[in-house]
Design a protein around this ligand. Structure first.
Ligand SMILES: O=C(O)/C=C/C(=O)CC(=O)CC(=O)O
Ligand SMILES: [Ca+2]
Ligand SMILES: [Mg+2]
Length: 397
């Protein structure tokens, strides 16, 4: 496909991508209505826009029409792509779940039996194909605190337990972290309460993906999470990138699913590929510095559970979905230490400081740090980028 607009091969948004977003010079305030159309309409819109943008199309040859049709990116102020009614965060990377479990609990109790049932004392890495993994663990997050990229995040106050067995203290979070995630927007007609979405229909409700930073206050989390899971440690702000890259654009980058052998319960089984080869990276720029350091390189394909399985499991009890709902993958860590998707794991609870290119080091985030997450797929001929998800950490009040 050749586009009417010139761009370099490293451009995130070629004609094969066509992400959707909302910016303030337009009348459209959210994409919920468009997301609520059914998947054949998403396909039709994409094909029409691709046709209009291709070099052979007559429609945009007229300079006046072009002026009306395009807004320079520099003049557009990006907003959240949708009014997010509900937001859920999964926990679908087995590497992340194991690492956090070891640090929050112990090696023996790292994963709960619902995530992973140990058959013997082997680790999951030795025993990966022989043990049972039951369900995509998740928690209902706080939709009101999801913000668009470039919104600053304030270090929160909270209760923490500095010494096991001693009394908790109240003060600013000392172990501020990011979580490298991707999230998908739910699309299609709203579903009805009491009517689960079948695994074969799940793809019709997955509109497209964004990059997500689930900012996490680790010391607050460790004290508060038992037994209902994370609460205030995760509602201080969750950042997403503004452009929703459609599942149609990602189709060319499908790869094998993570092996699930023996298979999960029938309602979660699907044979088709629904995993994506999306390169992910996290960069940190310290306060008053221009020196960026890439501290993590990971990939969406390391996730154990697919987005279809997440969505189907979410609705198995009859929970209803609305277009514009957001479902996040959970932190995406690979097996190797350079692919861990959080500071908690990269610095192994602060025991292994991370060297930055400006000479400083980090155990957790410092005030003024800017966290920049990027995601892209690459083929020989083009690149499907997600842009970036950026946030600066401000000091506590
Ligand atoms: O208690 C634990 O094992 C950890 C829970 C989380 O950190 C929740 C979370 O946000 C999951 C994730 O991003 O993978
Ligand atoms: Ca998370
Ligand atoms: Mg959050």
């Amino acid at each position: 496909m050749k586009c009417i607009i010139n761009y370099s091969t490293s451009c995130d948004f070629p004609i094969e991508n066509l992400p959707y977003g909302v910016f303030s010079t337009k009348d459209e305030t959210t994409l919920n209505k468009f997301m609520s159309l059914q998947s054949k309409a998403w396909k039709e819109a994409r094909e029409k826009i691709q046709e209009l943008l291709s070099v052979n199309s007559a429609a945009l040859q007229d300079q006046n029409i072009r002026k009306r049709a395009f807004t320079p990116q520099s003049e557009a102020i990006m907003h959240l792509p949708a009014a997010i009614g509900d937001y859920t965060d999964f926990y679908s990377s087995i590497h992340h779940a194991t690492n956090v479990g070891i640090m929050f609990r112990s090696k023996e109790n790292a994963l709960m039996p619902n995530w992973y049932l140990f058959n013997n004392l082997q680790t999951h890495r030795e025993n990966n194909y022989y043990c049972r993994k039951y369900l995509p663990v998740g928690y209902h997050g706080r939709a009101s605190s999801v913000v668009v990229s470039n919104t600053a995040i304030k270090r929160p106050y909270g209760q923490t337990l500095p010494v096991d067995g001693a009394a908790p203290v109240f003060g600013p979070c000392k172990l501020m972290d990011f979580e490298l995630e991707m999230a998908f927007f739910v699309g299609g007609l709203p579903t009805k309460l009491g009517e689960p979405v079948k695994i074969d229909e799940a793809q019709d409700h997955i509109f497209g993906f964004v990059i997500m930073n689930d900012w996490s206050a680790r010391d607050i989390q460790k004290w508060e999470y038992v037994p209902l899971g994370p609460f205030t440690s995760k509602n201080l702000g969750t950042s997403i990138s503004p452009w929703v890259v459609t599942t149609l654009a990602l189709d060319a980058f499908k790869v094998e699913n993570f092996p699930q052998n023996p298979p999960p319960f029938e309602y979660l089984v699907h044979d088709d590929k629904y995993n994506f080869d999306i390169n992910l990276e996290v960069n940190i720029i310290p306060n008053n510095s221009s020196v960026s350091t890439t501290i993590c390189r990971s990939n969406y394909k390391y996730l154990y559970w697919t987005a279809k399985q997440q969505l189907t499991h979410h609705t198995i009890t009859g929970c209803n979905l609305n277009p514009g709902d957001l479902m996040a993958s959970g932190t995406i860590s690979g097996e190797t230490s350079d692919s861990f998707g959080s500071m908690l794991e990269l610095s192994w609870k602060g025991t292994k400081p991370i060297k930055l290119n400006d000479g400083s080091d980090r155990k957790f985030l410092l005030d003024g740090d800017t966290v920049i997450m990027k995601a892209y797929c690459e083929s020989d001929t083009y690149r499907i980028g997600f842009g970036s998800c950026v946030g600066k950490l401000l000091p506590a009040n």
